[in-house]
Design a protein around this ligand. Structure first.
Ligand code: NAP
Length: 340
Protein backbone atom coordinates (compact mmCIF):
# COMPACT_ATOMS: atom_id res chain seq x y z
CA UNK A 1 0.00 0.00 0.00
CA UNK A 2 2.74 2.42 0.94
CA UNK A 3 6.41 2.57 1.58
CA UNK A 4 7.79 4.15 4.72
CA UNK A 5 11.42 5.24 4.66
CA UNK A 6 13.66 6.69 7.33
CA UNK A 7 13.39 10.44 7.75
CA UNK A 8 15.98 12.03 5.53
CA UNK A 9 18.40 14.69 6.75
CA UNK A 10 16.15 17.26 5.13
CA UNK A 11 12.65 16.20 6.20
CA UNK A 12 10.51 15.61 3.14
CA UNK A 13 13.44 16.29 0.81
CA UNK A 14 14.18 19.77 -0.43
CA UNK A 15 12.66 22.45 -2.62
CA UNK A 16 13.46 26.04 -3.47
CA UNK A 17 12.27 29.03 -1.49
CA UNK A 18 13.39 32.47 -2.61
CA UNK A 19 16.62 31.07 -4.03
CA UNK A 20 17.38 28.91 -1.01
CA UNK A 21 17.19 25.16 -0.73
CA UNK A 22 15.03 24.26 2.25
CA UNK A 23 13.60 21.10 3.70
CA UNK A 24 10.05 20.56 2.51
CA UNK A 25 8.87 20.11 6.06
CA UNK A 26 9.29 23.33 7.94
CA UNK A 27 7.64 24.69 11.04
CA UNK A 28 4.94 27.29 11.65
CA UNK A 29 5.46 29.24 14.85
CA UNK A 30 1.92 30.48 15.42
CA UNK A 31 1.04 27.71 17.87
CA UNK A 32 3.86 28.87 20.14
CA UNK A 33 2.24 32.25 20.70
CA UNK A 34 -0.79 33.22 22.72
CA UNK A 35 -4.00 31.98 21.10
CA UNK A 36 -7.51 32.17 22.46
CA UNK A 37 -9.13 29.09 23.82
CA UNK A 38 -6.08 27.35 25.13
CA UNK A 39 -3.36 27.96 27.70
CA UNK A 40 -0.31 29.92 26.65
CA UNK A 41 2.36 27.38 25.74
CA UNK A 42 5.07 26.99 28.34
CA UNK A 43 8.09 29.05 27.34
CA UNK A 44 10.53 26.23 28.02
CA UNK A 45 8.47 23.84 25.92
CA UNK A 46 8.23 26.38 23.11
CA UNK A 47 11.99 26.93 23.08
CA UNK A 48 12.69 23.21 23.10
CA UNK A 49 10.21 22.58 20.26
CA UNK A 50 11.99 25.15 18.12
CA UNK A 51 15.43 23.70 18.87
CA UNK A 52 14.14 20.19 18.32
CA UNK A 53 12.76 21.13 14.91
CA UNK A 54 16.00 22.67 13.73
CA UNK A 55 17.96 19.78 15.24
CA UNK A 56 16.01 17.41 12.99
CA UNK A 57 16.75 19.27 9.80
CA UNK A 58 13.95 21.84 9.67
CA UNK A 59 15.41 24.99 8.16
CA UNK A 60 12.28 26.94 7.21
CA UNK A 61 10.43 28.73 9.99
CA UNK A 62 7.23 30.65 9.36
CA UNK A 63 6.41 33.44 11.75
CA UNK A 64 4.90 36.91 12.09
CA UNK A 65 5.47 39.88 14.32
CA UNK A 66 1.77 39.75 15.10
CA UNK A 67 1.86 36.19 16.44
CA UNK A 68 1.34 37.06 20.06
CA UNK A 69 2.44 40.66 19.46
CA UNK A 70 6.06 39.63 19.03
CA UNK A 71 6.02 36.47 21.14
CA UNK A 72 6.74 34.03 18.33
CA UNK A 73 9.65 36.08 17.02
CA UNK A 74 11.09 36.54 20.49
CA UNK A 75 10.92 32.80 21.10
CA UNK A 76 12.61 32.04 17.79
CA UNK A 77 15.42 34.44 18.63
CA UNK A 78 15.82 33.13 22.16
CA UNK A 79 15.87 29.52 20.99
CA UNK A 80 18.00 29.75 17.89
CA UNK A 81 20.12 32.90 17.72
CA UNK A 82 22.87 32.91 16.60
CA UNK A 83 21.03 31.27 13.76
CA UNK A 84 22.31 28.41 11.63
CA UNK A 85 23.44 29.77 8.28
CA UNK A 86 20.91 27.77 6.31
CA UNK A 87 17.88 28.77 8.37
CA UNK A 88 15.20 30.54 6.34
CA UNK A 89 13.17 32.88 8.52
CA UNK A 90 9.99 33.80 6.69
CA UNK A 91 7.51 36.29 8.05
CA UNK A 92 4.44 38.16 6.93
CA UNK A 93 3.14 41.70 6.95
CA UNK A 94 -0.26 43.26 6.49
CA UNK A 95 -1.56 43.46 10.06
CA UNK A 96 -0.38 44.78 13.38
CA UNK A 97 -1.33 44.90 17.02
CA UNK A 98 -2.73 48.06 18.52
CA UNK A 99 -4.68 48.80 21.66
CA UNK A 100 -7.74 47.69 19.66
CA UNK A 101 -6.27 44.29 18.95
CA UNK A 102 -5.12 42.91 15.61
CA UNK A 103 -5.90 45.40 12.86
CA UNK A 104 -5.06 45.73 9.18
CA UNK A 105 -1.76 47.37 8.26
CA UNK A 106 -1.90 47.23 4.48
CA UNK A 107 -0.55 50.60 3.44
CA UNK A 108 2.93 50.53 1.89
CA UNK A 109 4.56 52.41 4.76
CA UNK A 110 2.94 49.97 7.17
CA UNK A 111 4.33 47.03 5.21
CA UNK A 112 7.78 48.58 5.54
CA UNK A 113 7.26 49.12 9.27
CA UNK A 114 6.18 45.51 9.58
CA UNK A 115 9.35 44.28 7.91
CA UNK A 116 11.45 46.49 10.17
CA UNK A 117 9.63 45.19 13.25
CA UNK A 118 10.34 41.60 12.22
CA UNK A 119 13.99 42.34 11.55
CA UNK A 120 14.27 43.95 14.96
CA UNK A 121 12.62 41.25 17.04
CA UNK A 122 14.25 38.40 15.17
CA UNK A 123 17.61 40.17 15.26
CA UNK A 124 18.49 39.70 11.59
CA UNK A 125 19.40 41.98 8.71
CA UNK A 126 17.36 40.09 6.15
CA UNK A 127 14.26 37.91 6.15
CA UNK A 128 14.44 35.02 3.69
CA UNK A 129 11.01 35.99 2.41
CA UNK A 130 8.07 38.07 3.51
CA UNK A 131 4.48 37.25 2.70
CA UNK A 132 2.11 40.06 1.95
CA UNK A 133 -0.98 38.95 3.87
CA UNK A 134 -3.93 40.35 1.93
CA UNK A 135 -7.17 40.95 3.78
CA UNK A 136 -9.64 40.87 0.89
CA UNK A 137 -11.29 37.63 1.93
CA UNK A 138 -11.67 35.33 4.92
CA UNK A 139 -10.24 33.94 7.04
CA UNK A 140 -9.38 36.71 9.45
CA UNK A 141 -9.74 40.44 9.67
CA UNK A 142 -10.76 42.39 6.57
CA UNK A 143 -9.41 45.60 5.13
CA UNK A 144 -11.75 48.60 4.99
CA UNK A 145 -11.45 52.30 4.21
CA UNK A 146 -7.86 53.46 3.75
CA UNK A 147 -6.72 49.90 4.32
CA UNK A 148 -8.08 48.91 0.93
CA UNK A 149 -4.79 49.19 -0.90
CA UNK A 150 -4.14 48.15 -4.47
CA UNK A 151 -1.81 45.22 -4.89
CA UNK A 152 0.60 47.02 -7.21
CA UNK A 153 1.33 49.75 -4.65
CA UNK A 154 2.11 47.12 -2.05
CA UNK A 155 4.32 45.17 -4.42
CA UNK A 156 6.26 48.31 -5.30
CA UNK A 157 7.17 48.75 -1.63
CA UNK A 158 8.11 45.11 -1.25
CA UNK A 159 10.28 45.26 -4.37
CA UNK A 160 12.06 48.26 -2.85
CA UNK A 161 12.59 46.34 0.38
CA UNK A 162 13.98 43.42 -1.62
CA UNK A 163 16.27 45.78 -3.54
CA UNK A 164 17.49 47.13 -0.21
CA UNK A 165 18.31 43.59 0.89
CA UNK A 166 15.87 43.56 3.80
CA UNK A 167 13.88 40.70 2.35
CA UNK A 168 15.15 37.89 0.17
CA UNK A 169 11.88 37.20 -1.58
CA UNK A 170 8.30 38.35 -1.87
CA UNK A 171 5.44 36.04 -0.97
CA UNK A 172 1.69 36.44 -1.17
CA UNK A 173 -0.82 35.16 1.34
CA UNK A 174 -4.58 34.73 1.19
CA UNK A 175 -4.75 35.64 -2.47
CA UNK A 176 -6.69 34.63 -5.54
CA UNK A 177 -5.26 33.02 -8.66
CA UNK A 178 -5.78 36.31 -10.46
CA UNK A 179 -3.78 38.20 -7.83
CA UNK A 180 -0.89 35.78 -8.20
CA UNK A 181 -0.92 36.36 -11.95
CA UNK A 182 -1.07 40.11 -11.44
CA UNK A 183 1.87 40.01 -9.02
CA UNK A 184 4.13 37.69 -11.00
CA UNK A 185 6.10 40.45 -12.77
CA UNK A 186 7.36 41.55 -9.34
CA UNK A 187 8.87 38.10 -8.84
CA UNK A 188 6.88 35.94 -6.46
CA UNK A 189 8.80 33.42 -4.38
CA UNK A 190 5.94 31.74 -2.57
CA UNK A 191 2.21 31.74 -1.97
CA UNK A 192 0.65 30.95 1.37
CA UNK A 193 -3.08 30.17 1.45
CA UNK A 194 -5.26 28.03 3.66
CA UNK A 195 -5.24 24.52 2.23
CA UNK A 196 -5.46 20.94 3.40
CA UNK A 197 -6.62 17.59 2.10
CA UNK A 198 -10.07 18.53 3.41
CA UNK A 199 -10.05 22.20 2.43
CA UNK A 200 -9.28 22.95 -1.19
CA UNK A 201 -10.97 26.11 -2.44
CA UNK A 202 -7.41 27.36 -3.08
CA UNK A 203 -6.74 24.67 -5.70
CA UNK A 204 -6.85 27.21 -8.59
CA UNK A 205 -4.22 29.28 -6.79
CA UNK A 206 -2.05 26.21 -6.41
CA UNK A 207 -2.50 25.56 -10.13
CA UNK A 208 -0.94 28.95 -10.90
CA UNK A 209 1.97 28.13 -8.59
CA UNK A 210 2.40 24.78 -10.29
CA UNK A 211 2.34 26.41 -13.72
CA UNK A 212 5.06 28.89 -12.77
CA UNK A 213 7.14 26.88 -10.32
CA UNK A 214 6.24 29.04 -7.35
CA UNK A 215 6.62 27.54 -3.87
CA UNK A 216 3.27 26.65 -2.29
CA UNK A 217 3.17 26.99 1.49
CA UNK A 218 -0.27 25.97 2.76
CA UNK A 219 -1.35 27.35 6.07
CA UNK A 220 -3.75 25.32 8.21
CA UNK A 221 -2.28 22.15 6.61
CA UNK A 222 -3.84 20.07 9.37
CA UNK A 223 -6.97 22.18 9.71
CA UNK A 224 -5.63 24.63 12.30
CA UNK A 225 -6.39 24.79 16.01
CA UNK A 226 -9.55 26.83 15.37
CA UNK A 227 -12.62 24.73 16.10
CA UNK A 228 -14.66 25.33 12.96
CA UNK A 229 -12.02 24.21 10.47
CA UNK A 230 -12.11 20.59 9.29
CA UNK A 231 -9.54 18.59 11.19
CA UNK A 232 -7.40 16.41 8.97
CA UNK A 233 -6.48 14.13 11.85
CA UNK A 234 -10.14 13.35 12.57
CA UNK A 235 -11.42 12.48 9.11
CA UNK A 236 -12.36 8.78 8.94
CA UNK A 237 -10.62 8.17 5.63
CA UNK A 238 -7.42 9.76 6.89
CA UNK A 239 -7.60 7.78 10.10
CA UNK A 240 -8.23 4.57 8.14
CA UNK A 241 -5.26 5.20 5.88
CA UNK A 242 -3.10 5.96 8.88
CA UNK A 243 -4.16 2.79 10.63
CA UNK A 244 -3.38 0.73 7.55
CA UNK A 245 0.04 2.31 7.33
CA UNK A 246 0.93 2.25 10.97
CA UNK A 247 1.30 6.01 10.73
CA UNK A 248 -0.28 8.93 12.53
CA UNK A 249 -3.24 10.65 10.82
CA UNK A 250 -1.34 13.94 10.66
CA UNK A 251 1.42 12.19 8.74
CA UNK A 252 -1.06 10.99 6.13
CA UNK A 253 -2.41 14.51 5.67
CA UNK A 254 1.06 15.98 5.36
CA UNK A 255 2.36 13.23 3.07
CA UNK A 256 -0.62 13.85 0.78
CA UNK A 257 0.37 17.50 0.53
CA UNK A 258 3.98 16.61 -0.30
CA UNK A 259 2.78 14.27 -3.04
CA UNK A 260 0.33 16.79 -4.47
CA UNK A 261 2.91 19.28 -5.73
CA UNK A 262 6.70 19.07 -5.69
CA UNK A 263 6.94 22.75 -4.81
CA UNK A 264 4.89 22.39 -1.63
CA UNK A 265 6.67 23.46 1.55
CA UNK A 266 4.89 22.48 4.75
CA UNK A 267 4.76 24.57 7.91
CA UNK A 268 2.60 22.58 10.33
CA UNK A 269 2.28 24.24 13.70
CA UNK A 270 2.50 22.54 17.06
CA UNK A 271 3.48 23.20 20.64
CA UNK A 272 4.03 19.49 21.23
CA UNK A 273 7.36 17.71 20.84
CA UNK A 274 5.56 14.47 20.04
CA UNK A 275 3.50 16.07 17.29
CA UNK A 276 6.58 17.82 15.97
CA UNK A 277 8.37 14.49 15.65
CA UNK A 278 5.36 12.99 13.88
CA UNK A 279 5.17 15.88 11.47
CA UNK A 280 8.84 15.73 10.63
CA UNK A 281 8.69 11.98 10.13
CA UNK A 282 5.86 12.48 7.64
CA UNK A 283 8.62 13.43 5.23
CA UNK A 284 9.52 9.75 5.05
CA UNK A 285 6.03 8.48 4.37
CA UNK A 286 5.13 7.57 0.80
CA UNK A 287 1.51 7.06 -0.17
CA UNK A 288 0.67 4.67 -2.96
CA UNK A 289 -1.61 5.55 -5.86
CA UNK A 290 -4.74 4.01 -4.37
CA UNK A 291 -4.33 5.89 -1.10
CA UNK A 292 -3.62 9.10 -2.94
CA UNK A 293 -6.71 8.63 -5.07
CA UNK A 294 -8.86 8.12 -1.98
CA UNK A 295 -7.43 11.22 -0.36
CA UNK A 296 -7.77 13.21 -3.58
CA UNK A 297 -11.48 12.55 -3.45
CA UNK A 298 -11.97 13.78 0.09
CA UNK A 299 -12.51 17.47 -0.56
CA UNK A 300 -15.55 16.77 -2.68
CA UNK A 301 -17.04 14.35 -0.18
CA UNK A 302 -16.27 16.70 2.70
CA UNK A 303 -18.73 19.25 1.29
CA UNK A 304 -18.23 22.86 2.35
CA UNK A 305 -15.19 22.74 4.58
CA UNK A 306 -15.66 26.21 5.97
CA UNK A 307 -19.18 26.19 7.39
CA UNK A 308 -20.68 29.65 7.26
CA UNK A 309 -22.65 28.86 10.35
CA UNK A 310 -19.60 27.93 12.36
CA UNK A 311 -19.04 30.46 15.08
CA UNK A 312 -16.25 30.83 17.48
CA UNK A 313 -16.76 32.37 20.87
CA UNK A 314 -14.84 35.60 21.22
CA UNK A 315 -11.81 35.52 23.46
CA UNK A 316 -11.58 37.97 26.28
CA UNK A 317 -10.44 41.47 25.43
CA UNK A 318 -7.05 40.68 26.87
CA UNK A 319 -6.50 37.61 24.77
CA UNK A 320 -7.97 39.15 21.63
CA UNK A 321 -5.18 41.68 21.72
CA UNK A 322 -2.77 38.86 21.24
CA UNK A 323 -4.88 36.96 18.75
CA UNK A 324 -3.20 35.78 15.60
CA UNK A 325 -4.87 34.65 12.39
CA UNK A 326 -7.72 34.49 12.04
CA UNK A 327 -8.83 37.26 14.31
CA UNK A 328 -12.56 37.47 14.54
CA UNK A 329 -13.19 39.53 17.62
CA UNK A 330 -10.52 42.17 18.06
CA UNK A 331 -10.21 44.93 15.51
CA UNK A 332 -12.23 45.60 12.43
CA UNK A 333 -14.28 42.53 11.75
CA UNK A 334 -17.54 41.13 12.99
CA UNK A 335 -17.62 37.71 14.56
CA UNK A 336 -20.30 36.39 12.29
CA UNK A 337 -18.49 37.00 9.01
CA UNK A 338 -15.06 35.82 9.93
CA UNK A 339 -15.38 32.18 8.96
CA UNK A 340 -17.65 32.54 5.97
N1 NAP B 1 -0.55 33.38 6.11
C1 NAP B 1 -1.50 33.29 7.04
O1 NAP B 1 -2.46 34.04 7.05
C2 NAP B 1 -1.41 32.23 8.09
C3 NAP B 1 -2.55 31.95 8.86
C4 NAP B 1 -2.47 30.98 9.83
C5 NAP B 1 -1.30 30.28 10.03
N2 NAP B 1 -0.19 30.56 9.28
C6 NAP B 1 1.05 29.79 9.47
O2 NAP B 1 0.76 28.45 9.16
C7 NAP B 1 1.20 27.61 10.22
C8 NAP B 1 0.36 26.36 10.26
O3 NAP B 1 -0.99 26.69 10.59
P1 NAP B 1 -1.59 26.41 12.02
O4 NAP B 1 -0.52 26.19 13.01
O5 NAP B 1 -2.56 27.50 12.29
O6 NAP B 1 -2.46 25.12 11.79
P2 NAP B 1 -2.11 23.58 11.46
O7 NAP B 1 -0.66 23.39 11.29
O8 NAP B 1 -3.03 23.17 10.38
O9 NAP B 1 -2.63 22.85 12.78
C9 NAP B 1 -2.17 23.15 14.04
C10 NAP B 1 -3.03 22.32 14.98
O10 NAP B 1 -2.80 20.94 14.73
C11 NAP B 1 -2.31 20.31 15.91
N3 NAP B 1 -1.29 19.36 15.51
C12 NAP B 1 -0.07 19.64 14.98
N4 NAP B 1 0.59 18.50 14.71
C13 NAP B 1 -0.24 17.49 15.04
C14 NAP B 1 -0.14 16.09 14.99
N5 NAP B 1 0.97 15.49 14.55
N6 NAP B 1 -1.19 15.35 15.42
C15 NAP B 1 -2.30 15.94 15.89
N7 NAP B 1 -2.47 17.26 15.97
C16 NAP B 1 -1.44 18.04 15.54
C17 NAP B 1 -1.81 21.41 16.79
O11 NAP B 1 -1.97 21.10 18.14
P3 NAP B 1 -0.72 20.76 19.12
O12 NAP B 1 -0.06 22.06 19.45
O13 NAP B 1 -1.36 20.10 20.28
O14 NAP B 1 0.17 19.84 18.35
C18 NAP B 1 -2.72 22.57 16.43
O15 NAP B 1 -3.93 22.47 17.14
C19 NAP B 1 1.09 28.50 11.44
O16 NAP B 1 1.80 28.00 12.54
C20 NAP B 1 1.57 29.82 10.90
O17 NAP B 1 2.99 29.85 10.92
C21 NAP B 1 -0.24 31.51 8.30
Amino acid sequence: MTTATASPAAPGGTALLAGRTVARIGFGAMQLAELPGRPVPDRGVALSVLRRAVGQGVNHLDTAQFYGAGTANQLIRAALSPYPGDLALVSKVGAEHTADGLVPAQRPEQLRAGVEANLGTLGVEQLAAVNLRRLDAPPGIRAEGDQLVDLDSQLAELVTLRDEGKIGGIGLSNVSAEQVRQARPAGIACVQNAYSVLDRPAEPVLDVCREHGIAWVPFFPLGSAFPSWPKVTEHPAVVAAATALGAAPAQVGLAWQLAHYAGTLLIPGTASAQHLDENIAAGGLRLDAATLATLDGLAASAGSPRPASAKRSCPSTASSRNFSWPSVCGGAVSTSSAWD
